[in-house]
Write a protein that binds this ligand. Sequence first.
Ligand SMILES: [Mg+2]
Ligand SMILES: [Zn+2]
Length: 205
Amino acid sequence: MKLLKRHESGFYYYVNSEKCNDNEKPRRIIFLDRDGVINVDSEEFIKTWSEYMFCPGSLEAIRMLTRYHFIPVIISNQSGINRNILTLENLDEITVNMIAEIEKAGGFVGAVCYCPHEPEEACGCRKPAIKMLNFSLSRIKATSENIYFVGDRQTDVQTAINFGATPILIDGSMEEEEIRPLETEIPGHTCPSLLTAVKKIILAP
Ligand SMILES: [Mg+2]
Ligand SMILES: [Zn+2]
Protein backbone atom coordinates (compact mmCIF):
# COMPACT_ATOMS: atom_id res chain seq x y z
CA MET A 1 0.00 0.00 0.00
CA LYS A 2 1.26 3.44 -0.93
CA LEU A 3 -1.22 5.65 0.86
CA LEU A 4 -3.36 3.82 3.40
CA LYS A 5 -2.16 2.82 6.86
CA ARG A 6 -3.67 0.27 9.20
CA HIS A 7 -4.93 1.55 12.55
CA GLU A 8 -4.37 -0.74 15.55
CA SER A 9 -8.13 -1.30 15.80
CA GLY A 10 -8.22 -2.67 12.27
CA PHE A 11 -9.47 0.10 10.02
CA TYR A 12 -7.44 1.67 7.21
CA TYR A 13 -6.80 5.38 7.01
CA TYR A 14 -5.02 8.26 5.35
CA VAL A 15 -4.63 11.68 6.93
CA ASN A 16 -3.40 14.68 4.95
CA SER A 17 -1.59 15.98 8.06
CA GLU A 18 0.23 18.77 6.29
CA LYS A 19 -2.91 20.34 4.89
CA CYS A 20 -5.11 19.70 7.92
CA ASN A 21 -2.83 21.20 10.52
CA ASP A 22 -1.45 24.31 8.88
CA ASN A 23 -1.48 27.54 10.84
CA GLU A 24 -4.68 28.95 9.46
CA LYS A 25 -7.61 29.28 11.84
CA PRO A 26 -9.28 25.95 12.61
CA ARG A 27 -11.62 24.92 9.87
CA ARG A 28 -14.80 22.84 9.91
CA ILE A 29 -14.81 19.13 9.25
CA ILE A 30 -17.50 17.68 7.04
CA PHE A 31 -17.90 13.92 7.01
CA LEU A 32 -18.75 12.31 3.68
CA ASP A 33 -19.72 8.76 2.91
CA ARG A 34 -17.99 7.62 -0.29
CA ASP A 35 -20.11 5.22 -2.37
CA GLY A 36 -23.38 6.79 -3.47
CA VAL A 37 -22.21 10.27 -2.45
CA ILE A 38 -18.86 11.00 -4.14
CA ASN A 39 -19.01 8.13 -6.63
CA VAL A 40 -21.74 5.95 -8.07
CA ASP A 41 -22.34 2.93 -5.83
CA SER A 42 -22.44 -0.66 -7.06
CA GLU A 43 -24.02 -3.72 -5.47
CA GLU A 44 -20.98 -5.65 -6.62
CA PHE A 45 -18.60 -3.29 -4.77
CA ILE A 46 -16.16 -0.90 -6.43
CA LYS A 47 -13.24 -3.29 -6.94
CA THR A 48 -10.93 -1.38 -9.28
CA TRP A 49 -10.27 2.19 -10.34
CA SER A 50 -11.81 1.45 -13.75
CA GLU A 51 -15.14 0.79 -11.99
CA TYR A 52 -14.97 4.07 -10.10
CA MET A 53 -17.23 6.82 -11.50
CA PHE A 54 -17.71 10.21 -9.84
CA CYS A 55 -21.34 11.25 -9.26
CA PRO A 56 -22.38 14.27 -11.35
CA GLY A 57 -21.33 17.44 -9.52
CA SER A 58 -19.43 15.74 -6.70
CA LEU A 59 -16.02 17.09 -7.76
CA GLU A 60 -17.46 20.60 -7.93
CA ALA A 61 -19.09 20.08 -4.51
CA ILE A 62 -15.75 19.14 -2.92
CA ARG A 63 -14.04 22.09 -4.61
CA MET A 64 -16.72 24.40 -3.11
CA LEU A 65 -16.22 22.88 0.34
CA THR A 66 -12.50 23.55 0.08
CA ARG A 67 -13.12 27.13 -0.98
CA TYR A 68 -15.40 27.67 2.00
CA HIS A 69 -12.76 26.32 4.43
CA PHE A 70 -14.26 22.92 5.10
CA ILE A 71 -12.09 19.83 5.55
CA PRO A 72 -13.78 16.91 3.77
CA VAL A 73 -13.26 13.61 5.59
CA ILE A 74 -14.41 10.40 3.92
CA ILE A 75 -15.82 7.67 6.17
CA SER A 76 -16.64 4.45 4.36
CA ASN A 77 -17.53 0.83 5.13
CA GLN A 78 -15.67 -1.43 2.67
CA SER A 79 -16.53 -4.94 3.80
CA GLY A 80 -15.52 -6.14 0.32
CA ILE A 81 -12.01 -6.31 1.78
CA ASN A 82 -12.79 -8.99 4.38
CA ARG A 83 -15.22 -10.71 2.01
CA ASN A 84 -12.18 -11.10 -0.30
CA ILE A 85 -13.97 -9.30 -3.13
CA LEU A 86 -11.77 -6.21 -3.06
CA THR A 87 -8.01 -6.23 -2.42
CA LEU A 88 -6.25 -3.72 -0.21
CA GLU A 89 -3.92 -2.89 -3.10
CA ASN A 90 -6.91 -1.97 -5.27
CA LEU A 91 -8.57 0.01 -2.48
CA ASP A 92 -5.30 1.90 -2.07
CA GLU A 93 -5.04 2.56 -5.80
CA ILE A 94 -8.67 3.71 -5.98
CA THR A 95 -8.01 6.11 -3.10
CA VAL A 96 -4.81 7.51 -4.63
CA ASN A 97 -6.59 8.15 -7.94
CA MET A 98 -9.74 9.53 -6.31
CA ILE A 99 -7.71 12.06 -4.31
CA ALA A 100 -5.68 13.01 -7.40
CA GLU A 101 -8.89 13.71 -9.37
CA ILE A 102 -10.38 15.71 -6.48
CA GLU A 103 -7.20 17.81 -6.26
CA LYS A 104 -7.09 18.28 -10.01
CA ALA A 105 -10.62 19.70 -9.75
CA GLY A 106 -9.51 22.19 -7.09
CA GLY A 107 -10.59 20.34 -3.96
CA PHE A 108 -8.79 18.35 -1.31
CA VAL A 109 -9.41 15.49 1.11
CA GLY A 110 -8.44 15.86 4.76
CA ALA A 111 -8.70 12.20 5.66
CA VAL A 112 -10.12 8.90 4.50
CA CYS A 113 -11.12 5.99 6.77
CA TYR A 114 -12.27 2.57 5.63
CA CYS A 115 -13.69 -0.20 7.81
CA PRO A 116 -12.83 -3.54 6.13
CA HIS A 117 -14.97 -5.71 8.42
CA GLU A 118 -18.14 -7.64 7.75
CA PRO A 119 -21.14 -6.90 10.00
CA GLU A 120 -20.82 -10.30 11.74
CA GLU A 121 -17.32 -9.43 12.93
CA ALA A 122 -18.82 -6.89 15.33
CA CYS A 123 -15.79 -4.61 15.05
CA GLY A 124 -15.81 -1.21 16.69
CA CYS A 125 -15.33 0.79 13.51
CA ARG A 126 -18.05 -0.18 11.04
CA LYS A 127 -20.68 2.57 10.63
CA PRO A 128 -22.93 3.37 12.48
CA ALA A 129 -20.05 3.22 15.01
CA ILE A 130 -18.19 6.51 15.32
CA LYS A 131 -14.63 5.35 16.00
CA MET A 132 -13.35 6.43 12.56
CA LEU A 133 -15.01 9.85 12.99
CA ASN A 134 -13.44 10.36 16.42
CA PHE A 135 -10.06 9.24 15.08
CA SER A 136 -10.22 11.78 12.22
CA LEU A 137 -11.24 14.54 14.57
CA SER A 138 -8.28 13.73 16.83
CA ARG A 139 -5.82 14.03 13.94
CA ILE A 140 -7.13 17.22 12.36
CA LYS A 141 -7.12 20.77 13.66
CA ALA A 142 -10.77 21.66 13.25
CA THR A 143 -13.69 22.93 15.24
CA SER A 144 -15.91 20.14 16.51
CA GLU A 145 -19.09 22.20 16.35
CA ASN A 146 -21.74 22.17 13.70
CA ILE A 147 -20.53 19.08 11.84
CA TYR A 148 -22.48 17.55 8.97
CA PHE A 149 -22.43 13.94 7.83
CA VAL A 150 -23.55 13.31 4.26
CA GLY A 151 -24.49 9.74 3.34
CA ASP A 152 -26.92 7.79 1.20
CA ARG A 153 -28.12 5.15 3.68
CA GLN A 154 -29.95 4.99 6.98
CA THR A 155 -26.68 3.68 8.48
CA ASP A 156 -25.14 7.06 7.63
CA VAL A 157 -28.02 8.92 9.26
CA GLN A 158 -27.57 6.74 12.35
CA THR A 159 -23.81 7.43 12.32
CA ALA A 160 -24.52 11.16 12.27
CA ILE A 161 -26.95 10.80 15.17
CA ASN A 162 -24.49 8.68 17.16
CA PHE A 163 -21.78 11.28 16.65
CA GLY A 164 -23.98 14.32 17.23
CA ALA A 165 -23.59 15.56 13.66
CA THR A 166 -26.35 16.88 11.41
CA PRO A 167 -27.35 14.13 8.95
CA ILE A 168 -27.85 14.81 5.27
CA LEU A 169 -29.28 11.90 3.32
CA ILE A 170 -28.67 11.70 -0.42
CA ASP A 171 -31.62 10.39 -2.40
CA GLY A 172 -30.82 10.31 -6.11
CA SER A 173 -34.46 9.92 -7.08
CA MET A 174 -35.26 13.48 -5.99
CA GLU A 175 -35.43 16.49 -8.29
CA GLU A 176 -32.23 18.48 -8.69
CA GLU A 177 -31.90 21.31 -6.14
CA GLU A 178 -34.81 19.91 -4.11
CA ILE A 179 -34.27 19.87 -0.33
CA ARG A 180 -36.60 18.21 2.16
CA PRO A 181 -36.44 18.00 5.94
CA LEU A 182 -35.24 14.58 7.08
CA GLU A 183 -37.93 12.48 8.71
CA THR A 184 -36.12 12.00 12.01
CA GLU A 185 -36.57 13.55 15.41
CA ILE A 186 -33.34 15.51 14.96
CA PRO A 187 -32.86 18.22 12.32
CA GLY A 188 -31.42 17.15 9.01
CA HIS A 189 -32.11 17.24 5.30
CA THR A 190 -32.63 14.99 2.32
CA CYS A 191 -30.99 16.15 -0.92
CA PRO A 192 -30.67 14.68 -4.44
CA SER A 193 -26.87 15.05 -4.60
CA LEU A 194 -23.74 16.11 -2.75
CA LEU A 195 -23.70 19.31 -4.80
CA THR A 196 -27.17 20.34 -3.64
CA ALA A 197 -26.23 19.35 -0.08
CA VAL A 198 -23.09 21.48 -0.18
CA LYS A 199 -24.98 24.50 -1.53
CA LYS A 200 -27.44 24.08 1.34
CA ILE A 201 -24.64 23.77 3.92
CA ILE A 202 -22.73 26.77 2.61
CA LEU A 203 -25.84 28.94 2.57
CA ALA A 204 -26.91 27.71 6.05
CA PRO A 205 -26.39 30.25 8.85
MG1 LIG B 1 -22.98 4.89 0.62
ZN1 LIG C 1 -14.52 -2.27 11.28
